[in-house]
Structures are given as C-alpha cells and as structure tokens.
Design a protein. Structure first.
Length: 275
C-alpha cells in the first residue's frame, strides 16, 4: 500500500479546521435524530441493550461537546488577535511582494505607466505567465551583472522575510486559520534560502568572501541554470499567490467596512453642496 508522500500536512482551504468541526457536529446530530427515530419506531431494542444505549448516548454527547468547544475556542483565538493577525498578514504579503515584484523589475517585465491597482494586476498576470517569465529569467541568468543583482535581491528578500517571520510566528501559529498560510510563507523563504545558497557557493557576493569557505557549500550542490530558472519562476508564482491569498484572508479577518466605520466623516466639499 502506498504511503503518504513526505511533506507538510495542508488542507485545500483555510476553513478546513472549521468545516471539520461542523462536520462532526452535523454527524452527531444525524446520529441523534436517527436514534430518536429508531426509538419511536421500535423502542424495545434500547430497553433490551442498556449498555449499548448508554455508550451511544455518551458518544453522541461527547462528540457534540467537543465540536462546540472546538468551535468556540477557535473563534475566540481568531477574534482575540484579529487586528494583529491582519497587520501580520499585511506584513507577510508585503515581504512576498518584494520578491515577485523585484524579480519582475529585474527581468524587465514591470508594466509601464503610473503605479496602481491596474499595474499591480498586470504584474500579477506577468508572474502567472510561466513561459514569458521563464524566458525573462533565462536572460537574467545569462548576464553576469543581472545575475549578481538577482543574488543581491534574494539576499535582501531573505533578510527582510526572516525578520517578518520571526516577528509574527508566535501570533500566527496559535490558530489553524492563520497557521497554514503562515507555513506557506515559511515555504517561500525556505525555497529562496535554498537557491540563495546555490548562488553563494558558485558566485559568492564580495561581502561574503570573508566567510569560511565550507559555510558556503550549498545542500543542493552545483545545479544547471535551467533547473535554477524553473525553481525561481515557481517561487515567484508562490509569492504572488501568497500575496493575493494573504490579502483576501486579511479582509476576511477584519473587513474593510470596519476600518471605514472607525474613520471620521469626510467634511463636505463645495462640489458636494452644489449637488
């Protein structure tokens, strides 16, 4: 029998922990309704099997109690740190955006014109266009100057990302809703660290030459540019998807309307009064 592949246990949805609890509660209620219906149609079974009756009743009660307690505890965890968790997600998505937008700029794929939502959407689309991004990264890797700038970009993103992860780890791992997306951000920086070490071994930055030589040996060993390119593209796409997912979750935690309601009313303008 094939075993589960080694890797992190992740769900397909950030709401899986909540759905699992509600599924348990739903099944318990169905079992309770079924037992009541059975008792109405034929109560002799339950009278003749007192031990089974007691065990079934205890199991249903235990499952319902556990489901309710899990739901209450999880909700309190989320609500207690909601604003802080949203701020942490904004910090995390900013760090992820630093990588994929920096790679786009280095690859010459940043949209022309003023920055704004349209430019951000165009940049996201460029990252998701795998053939186009891969071709641009090939050009980066073929240039010694741009290759060094790529190395410096990875080092900068890693320094910033490690600070962000260390700052928010205690908050984010205390709730299942936050923990999974935080783990994916850790995956992002683990990947960057891996490929940064590849460049450190083969092409160390001048400021790293003073380090012990053996400390620069990469766990991956020497790799071909094609493999490096494929992984850099994949990491950029992971960063872009985390950017969008973190923003979506952040506004699920604390809606934008809540922030708007806390702002003072905008003073009327002459244009408002004329209308």
């Amino acid at each position: 029998m094939a075993g589960r592949s080694v890797g992190p246990r992740r769900s397909d949805s950030r709401r899986t922990s909540v759905r699992a609890t509600r599924t348990i509660a739903g099944l318990s209620l169905l079992a309770l309704v079924g037992a009541i219906a059975w008792d109405v149609t034929d109560d002799r079974f339950w009278f003749r099997h007192n031990l089974v009756t007691g065990l079934v009743a205890a199991a249903i009660e235990l499952a319902l109690t556990a489901a309710v307690l899990n739901e209450v505890i999880e909700r309190r965890r989320r609500e207690r740190w909601s604003v802080l968790a949203q701020y942490a997600l904004f910090d995390l998505l900013g760090a992820a955006r630093l990588w994929w937008s920096g790679l786009l700029e280095l690859a010459g794929l940043v949209p022309d014109g003023e920055l704004g939502d349209e430019a951000l959407a165009a940049g996201s689309e460029s990252v998701r266009d795998t053939p186009r991004l891969a071709a641009a990264v090939d050009e980066v890797l073929a240039s010694a100057d741009r290759r060094e700038r790529l190395h410096r970009l990875i080092a900068e993103v890693l320094d910033h990302g490690q600070d962000v992860l260390a700052r928010w780890a205690d908050v984010m791992v205390n709730s299942g809703v936050y923990a999974e997306i935080f783990d994916r951000h850790v995956e992002l920086y683990s990947g960057l660290s891996w490929w940064g070490s590849v460049l450190d071994e083969s092409e160390p930055l001048p400021e790293h030459l003073g380090r012990p030589r053996l400390s620069r040996v990469s766990p991956a060993g020497p790799v071909e540019d094609a493999w490096l390119r494929e992984n850099l593209v994949a990491i950029a796409q992971l960063a872009e998807s985390l950017d969008r997912a973190s923003l979506e979750l952040a506004f699920q935690i604390v809606p934008l309307d809540w922030w708007t309601s806390r702002l003072p009313d905008r003073p009327a303008t002459p244009q408002d009064s004329s209308t």
